[in-house]
Design a protein around this ligand. Sequence first.
Ligand SMILES: [Zn+2]
Length: 140
Amino acid sequence: MTQFVIQPLPAGEVDAGAPTAVRRTAEGGEPCRRCLRRASAGEPLLLLGYDPFVVRSPYAGSGPVFVHERCGDDGTGVEQVRGSVLSVRAYDQDAMLLDAEVMPGEALSDRAAELLDGSAAFLHVHFAGPGCFAFRVDPV
Ligand SMILES: [Zn+2]
């Protein structure tokens, strides 16, 4: 089974100075895309658009993400996927969509390995409801 690694912010750091970026005070539970931890109530956040593609693709485009204004220690992403419904999109090496599935977060690890064992070059994981980009998954 293919081993994989989770990549937060695969296209590089967010543009905190973007004109559409807004400051928010966390209600608690917002998923930070940089450190992969959930925010605690009261933490300062930025909500802004982010395009996770690193190559040209008709599937590219900016979607909403949260980041802490100042992150602490990095998380693993596990706490963010547990209990979440995810949209997992599998792409080939030219960033063309091969497959898309909605699944519970608990199924991600096994299904990601299966998709990467097949023809997928990488995966993009989104939170299914709001559509926020979560992270990229690459084979090791
Ligand atoms: Zn963070």
